[in-house]
Design a protein around this ligand. Structure first.
Ligand code: SF4
Length: 378
């Protein structure tokens, strides 16, 4: 059977081409007057979508969560936050190479995505003046090869699955030629934006099978934010990764108007666990420029997370709620009437590793730097 004619068990076609849209003016469901206003927003913070993903929007509802995720809003122009809220520049060791924790290196290998999430914390990459990403990752590969402590490499960007298959296969092969690299992670929202990226690509599937070995796995760090993104095609996409030897987990931020509801988050977690892609991290949204309309204060975010994980089975409860702060990945453990309790899950400075942090409760705070320490680190 030809690839174009192949079907998955529940009727998902193995091949469908997805049409990209790069201008708000191309979205027919947005009224003309509104398109001009939103076009101004998109001039500052880039817009990109595709016909499949736009088809998930319930256009009759102006607050539709998929719409909030992808369609610009004028409130993005509010003066708020900074473009590099986690100060990734501090851990950038070469162009497109970040090294924050001893065992893990990030390779920013691409500055494009299947669509642009409005709340993206790396939206600076999509702005014209940015040159943080290098299409040539040879310097990153040399850096990793020279650092035997590096066992994990995260391919990110942008979205690595937007690279051409030949390039991706080369990168996977080059990383596998470095003996101390055990885990290769692919951070991607393509299973949500364009599941056919993996479903139709037999060469990529073959490379995943080859390079995801029993003792040296490839992980898909999937990015689903809302249960409506888990269409039959998206689930077939996850299944395709799993069948080709890839382990799958999901990580996403808590986003106002998208998933800031315990019922929605619980449903997302449960369905992800059913699909073999259980939740890993829930991120507190970073105070990134342009992201004001998508921000949720820490205390409210914790409460939503806490209610959501009480609803699911054990695998759906595996998520940790964390803040990717410049000093490390800080897990929010609990909140009571007076205090917020956190712990360094990963820390940049060795002295902070595992350290408990207790802050005065502040229901208005969006980020660690707005909190007042009650005690520790001492
Ligand atoms: S897919 Fe990831 S990198 Fe791309 S816009 Fe969304 S959050 Fe940002």
């Amino acid at each position: 059977m030809s690839l174009a004619g192949a079907h998955y068990a529940w009727g998902v076609r193995a091949f469908r081409s997805v049409r990209p849209l790069r201008s708000v003016a191309q979205v027919p469901n947005i009224p003309k007057a509104e398109r001009a206003k939103l076009g101004n927003v998109a001039e500052r913070y880039a817009f990109r979508a595709n016909d499949y993903y736009l088809g998930l929007i319930g256009w009759q509802d102006p607050k539709d969560p998929i719409r909030q995720l992808i369609i610009p809003r004028e409130e993005e122009l509010a003066d708020w936050g900074s473009l590099d809220a986690s100060r990734e520049s501090l851990v950038t060791v070469a162009r497109g190479v970040q090294h924050k924790y001893p065992d893990t290196v990030l390779l920013l290998c691409n500055e494009d995505c299947g669509a642009f999430c409005r709340y993206c914390f790396r939206k600076r990459l999509f702005m014209t003046a940015n040159d943080e990403v290098s299409p040539d990752i040879s310097e990153g590969l040399r850096y990793i090869a020279d650092n035997p402590a590096v066992s994990d490499v995260l391919l990110t960007g942008g979205d690595p699955l937007m690279l051409g298959t030949r390039r991706l296969v080369e990168i996977l092969g080059a990383l596998r030629a470095i003996p101390h690299v055990r885990i290769i992670r692919i951070g991607s929202k393509m299973p949500a934006f364009d599941p056919w990226r993996i479903l139709r690509d037999e060469r990529l599937q073959e490379a995943l099978r080859k390079h995801s070995a029993p003792t040296r796995r490839i992980y898909l760090m999937a990015h689903f934010d809302h249960p409506r993104e888990l269409t039959d095609a998206a689930i077939a996409g996850i299944d395709c990764f799993i069948r080709n030897g890839v382990s799958c987990v999901n990580q996403c931020p808590l986003i106002a108007g998208v998933n800031d509801d315990p019922e929605v988050l619980a449903e997302l977690y449960q369905r992800l666990a059913w699909a073999g892609c259980p939740p890993y991290y829930l991120f507190q949204g970073r105070p990134t420029a342009g992201n004001r309309p998508y921000a949720v204060p820490i205390v409210r975010a914790w409460s939503i997370f806490d209610q959501a994980i009480r609803k699911g089975s054990g695998l759906a409860r595996r998520a940790r709620f964390v803040m990717s702060h410049e000093s490390g990945k800080i897990e929010v453990l609990a909140v009571d009437d007076r205090r917020i309790y956190m712990r360094y899950h990963r820390a940049r400075a060795a002295a902070n590793r595992g350290k408990l942090l207790i802050y005065e409760r502040n229901d208005e705070a969006y980020w660690l730097d707005q909190l007042e320490l009650a005690c520790g680190p001492g």
